[in-house]
Design a binder for this molecule. Structure first.
Ligand SMILES: Nc1ncnc2c1ncn2[C@@H]1O[C@H](COP(=O)(O)OP(=O)(O)O)[C@@H](O)[C@H]1O
Ligand SMILES: [Mg+2]
Length: 348
């Protein structure tokens, strides 16, 4: 049987970044991968000041390929590039934010309206159901929607020093939506975005947590930059619909996070397909499968597929997310599966 890119990618996942428990694929080091009947060509880019790291990885990759595909020749190029320079925040300063939270994961999309907040909310609750201590920071400063999706109408309390998170469905939440008037049109730019986000981290009494999810605004703008500069993110989960337009933006999102050295955990395909509630027949409304293909191209994982479903939308509108309202449904199972997968990936 012919060797595919996917096969080789799986093999490469056995190679860890030197000194880390994370593999080179999830670190986003594989820039190009070509396979034919005789040759496997791999181009790796290592962003480091230490060029010996690229050499170590190259040797390991060559060894493992030789073992897995003895009949193929392999051409492995491991290039060293300068790591990106952040002007504002030192590593030390990055550790200042949310030091009592173990894992920090951004939920992002290139485009609005793809269901990023819906996915973030249901994933957060699913993680809490799995027994983790979970926080959710609504970082969509342009359109904070999490309070509505969780049916929270009260305002958070202030303990004299810090703002107290609101707990709902087992998730600790903070949102700019609590702190500003809904009718205020907010046009945030540069420094203001930076300050607003940092306040949501620093001026809030976040409890000790296993994980915090950041529901990001769409796109690749100031908020994404601030977040990746302010905290050491363990990874980013990209949400996309199978439509081409959404996918193009998802790819941009993947590239942006990789540029700032945030590992991509994978892509969630939302509104993936429709199951008729009457006859149970499945329809692929938007050409289903596009995300899986893009994942293979970008050497990242398809984390799961969420159907388009009235209960999911109603859950959001009513403030009772589907994983709470219909915990046994296939939609909820899909969210639980993704939550498990994410934990599996970050905890190595
Ligand atoms: N899988 C789904 N099935 C049905 N409706 C969905 C699904 N995902 C999201 N929606 C709905 O689509 C709209 C946009 O979702 P939202 O999560 O706010 O997107 P984003 O945060 O990316 O802008 C909301 O009305 C939401 O209820
Ligand atoms: Mg949103």
């Amino acid at each position: 049987m012919a060797v595919t890119k996917e096969d080789v990618t799986e093999v490469l996942r056995q190679v860890n970044y030197p000194g880390y428990s994370r593999d080179i694929v999830s670190f986003g080091l594989v820039q190009k991968l070509d396979v034919d009947d005789q040759t496997i060509k791999i181009h790796l880019v290592v962003r480091s000041n230490d060029s010996s790291i690229a050499q170590t990885i190259k040797k390991e990759v060559e060894t493992i390929l030789k073992k897995a595909y003895p009949d193929h020749r392999n051409e492995v190029v491991a290039e060293t590039q300068e790591p990106p320079q952040f002007k504002t925040t030192s590593t030390q300063e990055r550790d200042k934010f949310l030091p009592n939270i173990k894992y920090k994961v951004a939920v992002a999309s290139g485009k609005g309206g793809v269901g990023k907040s819906t996915v973030a909310v249901n994933l957060a609750i699913a993680m809490a159901k799995l027994g983790h201590k979970v926080g959710l920071l609504d970082a969509d400063i342009y359109g904070p929607s999490i309070p509505l999706m969780l049916g929270i109408t009260e305002k958070p309390l202030f303990d004299g020093q810090k703002i107290i998170t609101i707990e709902k469905f087992g998730v600790h939440l903070m949102s700019l939506g609590f702190l500003i008037d809904n009718s205020e049109a907010v046009i945030w730019r540069g420094a203001l975005v930076h300050r607003a986000l940092q306040q949501l981290m620093n001026d809030v009494a976040w409890p000790d947590l296993d994980i915090i999810l950041f529901d990001m605004p769409p796109g690749t703008g100031d908020a994404q930059l601030t977040l990746s500069q302010s905290v050491a993110l363990d990874g980013a989960v990209i949400v996309s619909t199978p439509q081409d337009v959404a996918l193009i933006d998802a790819i941009k999102g993947v590239q942006m996070f990789r540029k700032v050295n945030v590992p991509i955990m994978g892509i969630v395909e939302n509104m993936s397909y429709f199951v008729c509630p009457h006859c149970g027949e499945r329809t692929d409304i938007f050409a289903h499968g596009g995300v899986a293909k893009a994942c293979a191209q970008m050497n990242t994982e398809l984390l799961g597929e969420i159907p388009i479903d009235a209960a999911i939308r109603e859950g959001g509108d009513e403030g009772i997310p589907v994983v709470v309202k219909q915990p046994e449904s296939p939609q909820s199972e899909a969210f639980l599966d993704i939550a498990k997968r994410i934990f599996h990936k970050i905890s190595g």
